[in-house]
Design a binder for this molecule. Sequence first.
Ligand code: B1M
Length: 209
Amino acid sequence: MSSLETIVQVLQQGDRDQVRRLVEEALDQGIEPETILKSGLILGMDAVGAKFEAGEFFIPHMLLAARAMHVALEVLKPRLAESGAEPAGRVVLGTVKGDLHDIGKNLVAMMLEGKGFEVVDLGMDAAPEAFVQAIDDSIRIVAMSALLSTTAPFLKETIEAIERAGLRDRVRIMVGGGAVTQNYADAIGADAYGRDAAAAARLAVDMVA
Ligand code: B1M
């Protein structure tokens, strides 16, 4: 089994120490951090999601895998975020109300920081009012993540709250996450849809260019 295939397997078992060791080894072998992320860690999380859907895994399995994923991302963080970029602006980022998935959001934060953005991270379960309150004169972009079909409507509610507060013209709004598509983003009046964290960072750079 290749080292990436082993990461896919061990992440599903939620073994933090093993995952950390395997990610460090993969880096030592010269495997690109983005490859470790996409072909190891994210594939592992997808497998966890598929097993949950099939009734083979339950919430504790997802939590253990998420904890292992957090540890792995800490190892990858310095390598993923190629630093040295000039300050590019400030971004408010959060996972929307009712949604407790933060791994994708954290990845987006890392990639944005790598492009020189300062990220105001509202965490997960961030209410529309929290986004509105975080928008000050320095904020150029509002970025929101939603993983559940039940929480995706809060993307729209947050955009509407920003409109009601008279702030819509001041910021560009980007959305993403498993519950979101380009069509959905267009329908709710977002300015951009990020397919993944790297795309989100590229879009953010374009937005402030
Ligand atoms: Co949940 N969960 N979960 N879960 N969970 C999913 C999302 C699910 C798809 C699993 C499944 O059934 N296949 C399913 C959602 C189905 C749906 O609504 N369509 C689901 C469910 C149903 C639930 C609960 C309702 C289960 C229950 O209680 N019965 C519950 C809801 C809790 C809540 O939020 N209120 C729940 C709970 C949890 C845990 C808390 C146990 C845990 C999260 C822990 C944590 O995040 N700290 C968890 C996990 C781990 C998952 C899976 C297995 C993995 C999520 C993940 O981190 N993926 C997930 C299945 C899956 O996604 N395959 C699942 C890796 C991460 C890198 O991907 O976040 O998609 P992702 O981010 C991607 C892109 O989406 C994008 O960039 C990243 C890649 O570079 N992206 C953006 C994300 N945000 C972006 C923002 C952008 C741009 C791009 O611009 C701003």
